[in-house]
Design a protein around this ligand. Sequence first.
Ligand SMILES: [Fe+2]
Ligand SMILES: [Fe+2]
Length: 227
Amino acid sequence: MPYRQQRQLPWEADHHAPTITNFGDQVFGALPQNLWRQIEPHFVKDVALRQHSSRLGALTAFLGHHAGQEDSGWLERLAEAAVLHDVGKTRLDPTILGKGRDVSSADLDHIRNHAPLGAELLETHGGEPFGLAAIVARYHHEAHDGSGYPHGLIGDAVPQEARIVALCDVYDALRSPRSYKHAMEHDHAMRIILGGDNRTRPQQFDPYLLAVFERHSAAIAKLYHRN
Ligand SMILES: [Fe+2]
Ligand SMILES: [Fe+2]
């Protein structure tokens, strides 16, 4: 694809090299102007979303690789898709987005719309090269047990790339500080992902991916900090 340049895959990055906050920046920097213009104002302002998106590129490529995906081109596109998974948030009302957890059910519907809105944005302004990114944007809040949105798909009906991103997305959200919550240590986040709490249940994740995630838990903790 003409807009793609050779990038170092996130988990291959030299430990001493500048971090992959870089990887996200590389992805954003290589987007077609048309697409970047659509999301730039939001991503420039929302540093937390930019960092979350960038880390998700690294975590997702790592999990995809250890889940048995060997095609480095696919992994690179997956990492790029993960960086773009929440682009639909650029289409939301910032006041509602800024409410944190204190939202009405109408607000929640509005926020949940970021999944299809992101897919539409990528399809309209990115076109065919962003097909995988559009799939991830649309399905990254689906859950293995059918409790997710927007479609409530179950099991393998959720595209594999979206299942990989979904697990990393929850991990990163737990680890990161938000206006309404503190950052969480790795072990605490892992306990919630594997054992559940009042918001997260292990049944929402692909069991195979969950096992891979647990097996590589120590490396994932390091990867989070490097990024
Ligand atoms: Fe999302
Ligand atoms: Fe996210």
